[in-house]
Design a binder for this molecule. Sequence first.
Ligand SMILES: [Zn+2]
Length: 426
Amino acid sequence: MTTPETILSELIRCKTVFCEQGKPFPKDEFTKLHEVIAQRFPLVHSVLEREVTDGFTLIYRWKGGEGKPVLFMAHQDVVPASESGWKYPPFSGKIADGFVWGRGAFDMKCQLVAILQAAEVLIAQGFTPNRDVYLCFTHNEEAPDETGAKAAAKLLEEKGIRFAFAIDEGGYAFYGREFGMKKDGIFISLCEKGYADIEIEALDAGGHASTPNKDTALVRVCRAIAAIERNPPKPYKNPATTQLLSATKRSIPRCKGCGLVRRMSSNPATDALIRSTIAPTMIIASNAPNVLPSEVKANLNVRLLPGQTPEAVLAYCERTAKRTGVNMRLVKANNATKISRTSGYDYEKIKRALESALPNHLPVPGIMTGATDSRYFSGICDDIYRISPFACAKEVRDAMHGVNERISIKSLYEGISFFKTLIESF
Ligand SMILES: [Zn+2]
């Protein structure tokens, strides 16, 4: 029997792996995935208009009434998976223990299935939405250059379409205890943090390691990194964090101030929601064990809260590591995305649909610490919300790009219910 979980299992067996170094783009696997979708969602494929852009990115239009169009997004591609360490092979799509297992099960073929299944069921019931519903399934979100999302956004813009809102992956369910809340929560992420890479450089005469001088280039770069690590940027007040904190505080009994910021600082996942983060990620020094490096370079990867610019964080790093005598410069930078609204008709509908699909979870405005394809659509969407409507995220999220990626079958149905309720409620 065909069920959403067997369809998801089939999609996982399509090895739509992008960015596997040195390997050609697996065209046949994407074609296979398109065929499975067409076969398993026949009503969607007879009622919706379908268009392909950039080779493999799919755009569907479900023609509805006069209301402002909406956009639901997912990506078809997945990151590579090593064969070892998995309970079941990563591309087996094994259904066992109440879960569908495999690469892409959570990130994010589950959402692709949830969106399509919701549409399929509604069409079968004779339902027509009261506004156009667009679906966009990109094919290289995990790659360094997201050409699919860029092409789709351009195409929709050229057609003159403007969306009331878009929903893409990203706001995850979380344990309430992380915030001291009695109830578990799920984020509706209102924005994505900005991104910057700062290069640290120190020069030196180099020489033989048997007669080392003091303060070599490598020592100075390490001191700079240590100084920045000891003095992370302070929590930064911005509208997105403020909304997150106030929604969270309201749900903590008798909370006045309540050390919430301190509590959040103690966990990397929540700490990243209240401050811009700086992570040292690369260092290049001498290439021989007995040679002092004449040039050392390191990289700091920065994720910026809305309102904090890359230049401001660079200046902060320079000040903090001033005494070490290193040079710093920005090599890549973009600001956080616009903060979407938490008021109005559509936000209320989204919140209600979440409450109905995940009744034990409080929807909380959040901040996406990573990036999604939806950022390329900010020019044609009034608001963008990042939501992964699956309660099992609390336990399985860490497996997302790692081993044993999976989604519970129960959560897959929560996702379907969310999109179905939302489309019906417009
Ligand atoms: Zn993803």
